[in-house]
Design a protein around this ligand. Structure first.
Ligand code: SF4
Ligand code: SF4
Length: 390
């Protein structure tokens, strides 16, 4: 069957990177990047094959490729590219482009292509949440408990509506990626068996949670060159800190909601409170290292940053900081300052969730799915009697 090529594919991807700073068209397919990529051993041509897809306009293949998401942006390929084509940055820009194409609302394209679009979507979401939350705000005195000033049941109700909308949007994006992957495999006659999918789900989710492949990537780098930075500064450790800290905060909030009435008082040593605070500090540590590397802009892959590279970690850091300050305001008589911190924290937390399918936060969805698809693709295909005879 004839396939249509998208002649604008490469220029569209460039608009998701650092514009003219991304010059992957200089790539002449030498294969150096494939030779040095720590993750390329099982997939001949990774990342060169994905670059080639973009150069010749193979959009369906590129959007169906789980390889895009298995790249951990270590920058090894960029360091050794003889043409300064910056393959690591190309992979990052292609992921940003894919997020925009999987999203059916069109908002992800706006957020990822321009600073103005990103800030506009953020401002509109913030305004909506401010108005919604203000609707039930009590004109309480300055010493009123936080959950009397802003009722816990109302935060819960708005949150449930938000999760429903974001859940649908995220599910649509993941189904879109899955369907493209499946269609491509069927087209090439290499569709993995459906029976192998449950096992692949378990393996892919475990890989995402434990950062197995990211650690392999780091180990290969450390073996190639003497270690130059301590464990606590290595990219996979920093990434695990952000993800682990975030999951701890999510678990603490969920258990707090399930185990005690919303907004009821609890002592500072209450286990969920300690878990949330510890998770917040660990997450903040990872985010600080990430942002400082971008500010220093000394090494690949932090040398060049698009606005989207700053936006998500900054929004997450602001949410965690105001969350920790809110925890303090529960016990200290901060008056109206405490109320304001709490209000800002709830709005930022809702912004963070609302923008999950649109920002770099979406990596958590698509990278996990890609690891599932990768595991599924490698599942052994059952050989029928007819196949064996042929
Ligand atoms: S990106 Fe660079 S290293 Fe990779 S194939 Fe192209 S020119 Fe070679
Ligand atoms: S950035 Fe690292 S993981 Fe990604 S393609 Fe380049 S070498 Fe491979």
């Amino acid at each position: 069957m004839a396939r249509v090529v998208n002649t604008s594919l490469l220029s569209n991807i460039k608009r998701h990177g650092k514009g003219s700073a991304l010059d992957v068209s200089a790539c002449f397919n030498c294969g150096n990047c494939t030779a040095v990529c720590p993750l390329a051993e099982e997939t001949a041509g990774f990342p060169r094959r994905v670059i080639r897809m973009a150069q010749v306009g193979m959009e369906p293949e590129l959007l169906a490729s789980e390889e895009l998401w298995r790249c951990y942006a270590c920058g090894e390929c960029t360091r050794t590219c003889p043409r300064q084509a910056d393959p690591a940055e190309f992979m990052a820009a292609a992921r940003s482009y894919a997020i925009s194409r999987y999203d059916f609302t069109g908002l992800a394209g706006l957020v990822n292509r321009s600073i103005f679009g990103n800030l506009l979507v953020f401002a509109v979401f913030s305004l909506v949440f401010e108005l919604l939350l203000s609707a039930k705000m009590n004109p309480a005195g300055p010493q009123a408990p936080l959950f009397r000033f802003l009722p816990g049941w109302w935060i819960h109700d708005v949150g449930v509506g938000l999760f429903a909308v974001v859940g649908l949007s995220a599910a649509f994006g993941m189904i879109s990626m899955f369907a493209r992957f499946r269609a491509e495999r069927v087209h090439h006659g290499s569709a993995p068996p459906l029976a192998a999918l449950p096992g692949a789900v378990v393996s892919g989710v475990l890989d995402a949670l434990l950062h197995t492949r990211f650690r392999q990537c780091d180990a290969a780098e450390q073996a190639a060159a003497p270690p130059t930075e301590p464990l606590v500064l290595r990219p996979w450790f920093v990434h695990v800190s952000v993800m682990g800290g975030f999951l701890a905060m999510l678990l603490a909030t969920t258990l707090d909601y399930l185990l005690k009435p919303i907004g009821s008082p609890a002592p500072p040593w209450y286990p969920m409170r300690l878990l949330g605070a510890a998770g917040g500090l660990v997450c903040l540590y990872g985010l600080t290292v990430m942002l400082l590397r971008r500010i220093r802009a000394k090494e690949v892959p932090w040398r060049k940053s698009a606005f989207a590279d700053w936006f998500f970690p900054s929004l997450l850091a602001a949410t965690v900081l105001t969350g920790l300050a809110t925890e303090t305001a529960v016990y200290l008589p901060l008056g109206r300052i405490g109320h304001t911190i709490f209000f800002v924290h709830v709005v930022l937390a809702m912004d963070l969730i609302a923008m999950l399918p649109l920002t770099k936060f979406a990596h958590v969805l698509y990278r996990t799915l890609a690891l599932v698809l990768y595991s599924w693709r490698r599942a052994p295909v059952a050989v029928t009697a007819a196949d064996a005879e042929a």
